[in-house]
Design a protein around this ligand. Structure first.
Ligand code: C5P
Length: 334
């Protein structure tokens, strides 16, 4: 048996500008992704039986800094209804399989067991599904010794989901097109340690991305997109939190807040507890509050405990590096 393990970050959108619905059924976007320290882990193993099997274990991310995620079988039930062929990890494996058989793996490429350890909540606007695909692509590229470059993996990833290139690349990136055509703002690591702290509020019920886009269309919210970042925006998105706060923006927020009006209180509570700013992450329903320190993030999370709409909270920092191979799974994994 051969095994490879990869770890992929979730994301928040620091900026998300959205055009009206296009003829291809998608919306053109102008967005700034920040990869954050909430991760998906994929263990890929060869197995004798042909076919791609997937098992998903869901963990609640820790609400204290340096705490470990906690396995929660109840959270996994939501995903139990997901058909394996719709699981992005399976779709990613299927996309690479023809390359593996063509490169001499023959029958060995036909049987794969994927175990997905999820700490990014599903349907939360944080690219959890995309991170599953990103981690699977990187793990199988190693397992099958395909030798694909990051650019080639990204090319395959973008055919599966618009956020996958951002999960692969990590750091802070600008996405145009469907959000899948990336250019770098700054790559994590090149500027020292992550400098943005986030308190995250999750909702029990996820939100379907297409549903939010439909509401966005119904409200006629599409606008003309810029072609590039202004230099002051570029500085703010990789700058200190005090500067970044005034630049956060999300065109989808109005649609998300119409569908989930109770999220406004989540944002207001964060501000009362000292957050510099807040936003809905992507299409929501996760609320991300920007804070200056881990202690302040903790303070915001405590404020959220009183709100029934918040099912759990987490602390994260960003920008972090993109999808990487790891030599062993973390010790908290069950
Ligand atoms: O790319 P992904 O599969 O994540 O997108 C899910 C759905 O969200 C699409 O089928 C489409 O309805 C909507 N979407 C969109 N414009 C985008 C990205 C997604 O309308 N740029």
């Amino acid at each position: 048996m051969r095994e490879a393990i990869a770890k992929a970050p979730g994301k928040v959108n620091l900026l998300l500008e959205c055009a009206p619905l296009g003829a291809d059924g998608y919306h053109q976007l102008f967005t700034v992704f920040e990869a954050i320290s909430v991760y998906e882990y994929v263990v890929a193993r060869t197995r004798r039986q042909p076919g791609i099997a997937v098992e998903t274990r869901v963990y609640r991310p820790s609400s204290v800094w340096d705490g470990t995620p906690e396995y929660d079988p109840k959270l996994g039930r939501q995903l139990a209804t997901l058909e394996p062929q719709n699981h992005l990890a399976v779709r990613a494996a299927k996309a690479l399989q023809p390359l593996a058989s063509a490169s001499g793996w023959g029958a060995t490429s036909s049987g794969i067991q994927l175990t997905v350890h999820k700490t990014v909540p599903a349907a939360a606007g944080m690219a959890g599904g995309s991170a599953d695909a990103a981690a699977t692509l990187v793990a199988l590229n190693e397992l099958w010794e395909l030798g694909l470059t990051l650019g080639q993996v990204e090319h395959i990833g973008r055919t599966l989901g618009a956020d996958i290139p951002a999960c692969l690349q990590g750091g802070t990136t600008v996405g145009v097109g469907r959000g899948d055509q990336l250019s770098d703002v700054a790559v994590a690591g090149s500027k020292g340690s992550p400098q943005h702290w986030w308190a995250l509020a999750f909702s029990e019920e996820g939100l379907s991305t297409p549903l939010v886009f439909q509401e966005f269309d119904r409200l006629n919210l599409g606008s003309k997109l810029p072609t590039e970042l202004r230099s002051d925006q570029r500085e703010a998105f990789v700058g200190v939190p005090e500067k970044l706060a005034g630049y956060l923006g999300n065109d989808l927020a109005e649609a998300t807040l119409r569908l989930r009006p109770e999220l406004t209180q989540v944002g207001k509570t964060a501000l009362h507890r000292g957050a510099l700013g807040w936003m809905v992450s992507g299409s929501g329903p996760t609320v991300a509050a920007l804070v200056q320190t881990a202690a302040q993030a903790q303070e915001v999370c405590q404020g959220w405990q009183e709100l029934p709409v918040v099912s759990s909270t987490a602390l994260a920092c960003g920008p972090v590096e993109g999808t990487t191979l790891i030599s062993q799974i973390p010790e908290w994994v069950v």
